[in-house]
Design a protein around this ligand. Structure first.
Ligand SMILES: [Ca+2]
Ligand SMILES: [Ca+2]
Ligand SMILES: [Ca+2]
Length: 418
């Protein structure tokens, strides 16, 4: 293993139970000594992967990653090694303060060749707190009791469960990262706040006291500038809540819609003025900046439980490109599994998640969506057909890796200053 220099910029997370104001995000950036960094002429491969590496209790992920022997971790690491992205967002990776789990995953899994795949080195990492599992102190699901995963700011049975992680071969401009963990849902103009259908008052599922603390993001929303040669690309990372696991009020479907809307507003000139980050800075992305929106958006354009085709807020935005990545494995899986898949309107070639075939069936849930400034040269979903030996990595339920597939897009950057 190569010697490395690690500089940890760790700021204690603002984890007060009902903190609603501006707060400093905790983050960790850890450059290694030797950056393999691709040359500027190469396309930049950006990926998103919900690798389902969450655990059931705090500390369990660190335990599992402390040796290189965890079968699931080895399998998801091999998928990353086979796809070899330059920048990757990982969803469902429990947040551990200071980035210890991320360090262990790099040291013991990614930097070790798995099953003949070449090791991959990510000198740069970003982690920060997630709203998952942080008690709100309120009865958010209106079941008459306060507490548990469903009353947290984002669903989770402990703080940081189902968190996020960004790994990069190129430097992350840590000082310019913006996080939106604490942005309040009510502060989005025209928010789709849920209604209690049992009362006459509109939009009253959450009480005024609850709305005063209710965060929009179920995990967090991150704007992470990555320095690629002389260019900067903003990775816009999130993981909106599934639009299910609720009642007629559809509070999760509405939240999913607005979590997706957040990025549409953020990248559209004039639409993001209402936005404030965790440091209190207002406004959206400077229109001159290139970006890639990445994440499990929990929203299929045609099937599933989305509110008002929520993902179309991104797919139909004229500043955003949909590379429409496909796989043959998804087509094969939908045909073999049948059930809900047989009645879907969407082309199964676009599916990225292998969900239960009673409902909702396999869906397109995971997206890598570049800005128009970036030229798409290739894109794909890592979902091998069953005759491919690599299909052992994705498998069938119960999955050896994840119910989601890695999605990647190759882009060329505009030449800087010429
Ligand atoms: Ca409750
Ligand atoms: Ca009502
Ligand atoms: Ca399925």
């Amino acid at each position: 293993m190569s010697p490395r220099f690690r500089c940890t910029l760790a700021v204690a997370g603002a984890l007060a139970l009902a903190a609603t104001g501006a707060a400093t995000p905790a983050l960790a950036a850890q450059p290694h000594a030797e950056s393999p960094g691709a040359t500027q002429a190469d396309p930049l491969r950006v990926a998103t992967f919900n690798l389902s590496l969450n655990r059931n209790a705090p500390g369990q992920l660190v335990t599992d990653l402390s040796t290189g022997t965890n079968a699931q971790a080895r399998t998801v690491a091999e998928i990353i090694q086979r796809a070899d992205p330059d920048v990757v967002l990982l969803n469902e990776f429990d947040y551990v303060e200071g980035g210890l789990a991320a360090d262990l995953f790099r040291d013991n899994y990614l930097e070790v060749g798995q099953n003949g795949a070449p090791a991959v080195d990510y000198p740069y990492v970003f982690v920060a707190p997630s709203n998952t599992g942080i008690p709100s102190g309120f009865d958010l699901n209106n079941d008459g009791t306060v507490g548990g995963g469903d009353d947290a700011f984002g669903f989770g049975v402990f703080e940081g469960q189902y968190g996020m992680l960004v790994l990069s071969k190129h430097p992350i401009v840590t000082d310019d990262v913006r996080t939106f963990q604490h942005f309040l849902w009510k502060d989005m103009p025209g928010a789709l706040l849920p209604d209690d259908p049992a009362t006459a008052a509109p939009a009253d599922w959450y009480s005024p006291d609850e709305l005063a603390v209710m965060r929009l993001s179920s995990k967090s929303h991150w704007d992470i500038p990555v320095q690629v040669g002389r260019q900067t690309v903003h990775l816009l990372a999130s993981h909106p809540t599934p639009p299910t696991f609720d009642g007629a009020e559809d509070r999760n479907g509405r939240r999913n819609h607005d979590e997706i809307r957040f990025w549409a507003d953020y990248v559209t000139p004039g639409q993001g003025r209402y936005i404030y980050d965790d440091a209190g800075v207002r406004g959206g992305l400077n229109p001159s900046q290139a970006f890639v929106i990445a994440g499990d958006q929990n929203a299929d354009p045609l099937d599933g439980d989305s509110v008002d085709a929520a993902i179309d807020q991104l797919l139909g935005n004229k500043r955003i490109v949909d590379p429409r990545p496909t796989s043959d494995g998804a087509v094969e899986a939908a045909a073999l599994q049948g059930g809900a898949n047989a009645t879907h309107r969407g082309d199964p070639a676009f599916d990225t998640a292998d969900f239960a075939d009673t409902a909702p069936g396999n869906l397109r849930a995971d997206y890598v969506l570049p800005s128009r400034k970036l030229q798409v040269v290739d894109a794909g979903v890592f979902w091998p057909v069953s005759s491919d030996p690599l299909s052992a990595l994705t498998g069938t339920f119960p999955f050896p890796s994840s119910d989601h597939r890695l999605v990647w897009v190759d882009v060329e950057l505009p030449r800087a200053g010429r």
